[in-house]
Design a binder for this molecule. Structure first.
Ligand code: CP
Ligand code: NVA
Length: 299
């Protein structure tokens, strides 16, 4: 069987997503005791910071009977210019899977092309598929599924927004994005999602949130955009998720954020800590969903 990667949300079919979610739910409930990664190793390459991704993949590998190696680009030869295609072929001879967080999506694709083991995208400037897979699982847990649900995205058209477009493209739920001018998501991903399902882009957060079942946001300056933080603070004024905004969502709506969050910028303290917030369940679910994903790809 050819190896499978998870570089973008559409790498899994709807049936496979259901399979991963069923497994994640069994892992979360404590009824799953298998060790599909026994004697297996996951290499984790990071050229950007991480708390959740690093720890959840490391702990998840261990809980499935395997181990994970943290490889910072500061320490491995990649940081000194060793070609990705060489690293891919070398690591494939030692490890059973590679998770990578880096800037350029093309590098992750190149790694996957040359690796003979599964490659998992742990975030690029373009996409964050493990996070949105987890977020859809969180919707499934708290809202009973994604069918007929409306998801609102408020703020930057960043890697998270692009992955929500991909999720809407695969799963067919309605997605409404409110982004300021100049901060829209990737055009090709937007158009592809729009060809499949109801995806709206607006400048008005109220239009996106009205009646929505899940309200999502993220930081205004992502990793690598620190130099733009001041300009972005101005551009995103009016795109904060407040209690007033949550009040026009569906009464059962949940608030989600991939974290880390900047309270007082993209979300108020009140919403972040409020009764509709599921941010810590969402963070916990990274562990369960990625364990299921590793069992599926590497087990
Ligand atoms: N949400 C997320 O990916 O968090 P980290 O950057 O801490 O991994
Ligand atoms: N959009 C954020 C997500 C962090 C998990 C970033 O790329 O920094």
């Amino acid at each position: 069987m050819p190896k499978r990667d998870f570089l973008a949300f559409p790498d899994l079919s709807v049936a496979e997503i259901r399979e991963v979610f069923d497994l994640a739910a069994r892992m979360k409930s404590g009824e799953y005791h298998e060790r599909p990664l026994a004697e297996k190793t996951l290499a984790m390459i990071f050229t950007k910071s991480s708390t959740r991704t690093r720890v959840s993949f490391a702990v998840g590998s261990y809980q499935l009977g395997g181990q994970a190696l943290f490889l910072s680009s500061r320490d491995i030869q990649l940081g000194r210019g060793e070609p990705i295609k060489d690293m891919a072929r070398v690591l494939s001879r030692y490890v059973d899977g590679i998770m990578i967080r880096t800037f350029d999506q093309a590098e992750v694709e190149e790694l996957a092309r040359h690796a003979s083991v599964p490659v998992i995208n742990g975030l690029t400037d373009l996409l964050h598929p493990c996070q949105v897979l987890t977020d859809v699982f969180t919707m499934y847990e708290f809202l009973g599924g994604w069918e007929g649900k409306v998801v609102a995205w408020i703020g930057d058209g960043n890697n998270m927004a692009n992955s929500w477009l991909n999720a809407a493209y695969v799963l067919g739920f309605e997605l409404r994005l409110a982004c300021p001018e100049g901060y829209e998501p990737d055009r090709a991903l937007l158009e592809r999602a729009q060809s499949k399902t109801n995806v709206m882009i607006t400048r008005e957060p109220e239009v996106a949130v009205s009646g929505a079942h899940a309200v999502n946001t993220d930081v205004w300056a992502s990793m690598g955009q620190e130099g733009e933080a001041e300009a972005r603070l101005q551009a995103f004024r009016g795109y904060q998720v407040t209690s007033e905004l949550m009040a026009i969502a569906d009464p059962s709506a949940i608030f989600m954020h991939c974290l880390p969050a900047h309270r007082g910028e993209e979300v108020t303290e009140e919403v972040f800590e409020g009764s509709q917030s599921r941010v810590f369940e969402e963070a916990e679910n990274r562990l369960h969903v990625q364990k299921a994903l590793m069992a599926f790809l590497m087990g």
